[in-house]
Design a binder for this molecule. Sequence first.
Ligand SMILES: *[C@@H]1O[C@H](CO)[C@@H](O)[C@H](O)[C@H]1NC(C)=O
Ligand SMILES: *[C@@H]1O[C@H](CO)[C@@H](O)[C@H](O)[C@H]1NC(C)=O
Ligand SMILES: *[C@@H]1O[C@H](CO)[C@@H](O)[C@H](O)[C@H]1NC(C)=O
Ligand SMILES: *[C@@H]1O[C@H](CO)[C@@H](O)[C@H](O)[C@H]1NC(C)=O
Ligand SMILES: *[C@@H]1O[C@H](CO)[C@@H](O)[C@H](O)[C@H]1NC(C)=O
Ligand SMILES: *[C@@H]1O[C@H](CO)[C@@H](O)[C@H](O)[C@H]1NC(C)=O
Ligand SMILES: *[C@@H]1O[C@H](CO)[C@@H](O)[C@H](O)[C@H]1NC(C)=O
Ligand SMILES: *[C@@H]1O[C@H](CO)[C@@H](O)[C@H](O)[C@H]1NC(C)=O
Ligand SMILES: *[C@@H]1O[C@H](CO)[C@@H](O)[C@H](O)[C@H]1NC(C)=O
Length: 274
Amino acid sequence: MLSLSLSSPTIIIFSIFIVSLHHTTSLPSHASLSICNNTTFNCGTITNLSYPFTGGDRPSFCGPPQFHLNCQNGVPELNISSVSYRVLQINSATHSLTLARLDLWNDTCTHHYINSTFDGTSYSYGLGNRKLILYYGCKPTSVFTEDPHNLFHCDCNGYKNNSYCLIGPFPLDPILIFAECDEGVEVPILEEQANKFVGNRSLLREVLMKGFNVNYSNPFDDDCLECIGSGGHQCGFDYDVDKPICICGNELCPSSELGKVPGWQGGGSATGTT
Ligand SMILES: *[C@@H]1O[C@H](CO)[C@@H](O)[C@H](O)[C@H]1NC(C)=O
Ligand SMILES: *[C@@H]1O[C@H](CO)[C@@H](O)[C@H](O)[C@H]1NC(C)=O
Ligand SMILES: *[C@@H]1O[C@H](CO)[C@@H](O)[C@H](O)[C@H]1NC(C)=O
Ligand SMILES: *[C@@H]1O[C@H](CO)[C@@H](O)[C@H](O)[C@H]1NC(C)=O
Ligand SMILES: *[C@@H]1O[C@H](CO)[C@@H](O)[C@H](O)[C@H]1NC(C)=O
Ligand SMILES: *[C@@H]1O[C@H](CO)[C@@H](O)[C@H](O)[C@H]1NC(C)=O
Ligand SMILES: *[C@@H]1O[C@H](CO)[C@@H](O)[C@H](O)[C@H]1NC(C)=O
Ligand SMILES: *[C@@H]1O[C@H](CO)[C@@H](O)[C@H](O)[C@H]1NC(C)=O
Ligand SMILES: *[C@@H]1O[C@H](CO)[C@@H](O)[C@H](O)[C@H]1NC(C)=O
């Protein structure tokens, strides 16, 4: 408990401490915000990416969290809805990318039983995909006199090491009438790869590595346009308050300007620290 007999210097120091706590933020001292202006993300074959993407030389405060990339041994990685992907291509002009599941890279077996889904706010399915479903943990069955073409094997739930890949709308490929499976994983593949794959089911591993198309859209695009329109140089993001920021030179744009722009953060780190 604090006693009432604190000397005034202690109170002042205590207040400064409280005030500085209040302004704790993910943003660095303002002197380095301009780094968002002159850095790009470069990793392997993916080069020259700027806002909304961050990662590599671009600190996370240079863009919204859903566009944060990680460069792992020359391979750009991206997480969407708890699934990790390798980024094979990005086209900033058409706002599209080609992604391949990291857990299914050069491997047809996964233990990450999550469907590749996109909620549409930042990422949505692009054009030219077909849906593929991989079933894991299927009981061996004696129904088939010879192995179906879409059967493969994965270590999974003990003796249930049968897996099947299904393409196209069920019941086009009515394997599930005979097989009982524990897990299903949905992942899109490219249409042209799907056609090859239907002709030769052994191509599953290769086909998964070609990825599939996804469109992206930045939910803060309008905010960013307003930022640039009102004299800002760059857009960024404050993870702590979960809001976009507008960067002028080395600093956040003056709050007087920000105040005029609906959607910009009014309080917290935008106004406080000067
Ligand atoms: C970015 O600009 C700042 C200041 O203009 C400079 O100090 C820094 O070296 C530049 N960084 C890059 C990667 O060009
Ligand atoms: C990088 O992209 C910018 C526009 O975003 C463009 O002006 C510049 O020429 C590109 N640089 C390279 C090396 O491609
Ligand atoms: C994706 O999530 C995994 C596990 O949580 C994490 O290790 C990885 O760094 C994340 N990758 C990116 C690009 O954020
Ligand atoms: C994805 O982007 C492509 C090319 O920009 C466009 O033609 C298509 O309509 C978009 N798809 C969706 C679902 O938005
Ligand atoms: C896939 O894995 C095999 C060995 O399991 C390796 O020889 C091959 O280089 C890998 N291919 C890719 C594209 O990573
Ligand atoms: C599947 O599991 C059974 C029982 O454990 C085993 O006898 C069989 O060899 C396995 N098959 C494959 C292809 O791994
Ligand atoms: C994934 O999709 C498959 C096939 O559509 C479905 O059976 C399964 O329940 C889905 N898994 C999850 C976790 O939603
Ligand atoms: C199917 O693809 C595999 C793997 O690439 C290849 O070894 C095999 O010869 C192909 N089979 C046919 C019938 O084309
Ligand atoms: C940031 O870029 C804008 C143009 O995009 C330029 O006008 C401004 O001077 C740059 N600021 C810094 C600090 O480099």
